[in-house]
Design a protein around this ligand. Sequence first.
Ligand code: SF4
Ligand code: SF4
Length: 290
Amino acid sequence: MKELVVISGKGGAGKTSITASLVVLAGKSVIVDADVDAADMHLVLPLKETCKFPFEAGFAAVLDTSKCTECGYCREVCQFSAINEKYEIDHILCEGCGVCAHFCPSGAISMQLKTCGDWFVSETPFGTMMHARLFPGEESSGLLVSRLRQEARARAEAGAIDLCITDGPPGIGCPVIASITGASLVLAVAEPTISGIHDVKRVKELAGFFRIPVVLCINKSGLNPEIETEFRKWAAVNKVPVVGEIPYDSDVTAAMMAGKTIVQHSGGKPSRAISLLWEELKASLELGGV
Ligand code: SF4
Ligand code: SF4
């Protein structure tokens, strides 16, 4: 089973629009929306939710008022001001360190597994999709991404599906690391801007650290020819194949407004460019039969 992960150094580079079109062109894959802080693949891929599971990570303090003598010791030892004067615990402020439970003389506080969000299995016309919603203020997105990928792999193996396509989170933090470790290929999507080049450099460094090959797709090409030339030079020197260039075109916005993928919305220039990109990716992934 091959895993293609699409990432960008920051949000708004067009990563999700391109990934959704690749999913359509692949026809059959297991899909992961790993952008768990701002999942949006469902906006362009029609899906039917089939299962929903709680995502539990870390611990939170829970106070049993029937045992509490209101001695105030827990408030003194909590470094995060998570316990108020009425001895209510604010679960957004609570870091789950367990200090209050350890020192409570009455045994009134216990540490319990915390539900940080939900994850879902849904069916799309192009394959099963794993996606999630992290509750506001929760920070376990790396763990949640790992969970989604683990489930995706299991389902791909069970269904003898030889491709998994992941829409990764933006940036280069922990959730991105969780989305690329062990992947077959990283597709970096970037706009031709100074910050776009900077972002791709960081992506290349990160993927290089994990020894994962990186290929590049320049999105909104034609906007800035000078920077694109610089981009291509950098890519050549650093041995990052440029496998796609998606022209800046109103078709992309029109597809988004229509809630469709670019390749389904029209056969215009961006659509044709994404089809070429898919052919290149198939070759890079050695998926001739897909
Ligand atoms: S330390 Fe224990 S008994 Fe004292 S106020 Fe806190 S929960 Fe109540
Ligand atoms: S677990 Fe730690 S952060 Fe949470 S209320 Fe207790 S002492 Fe404060």
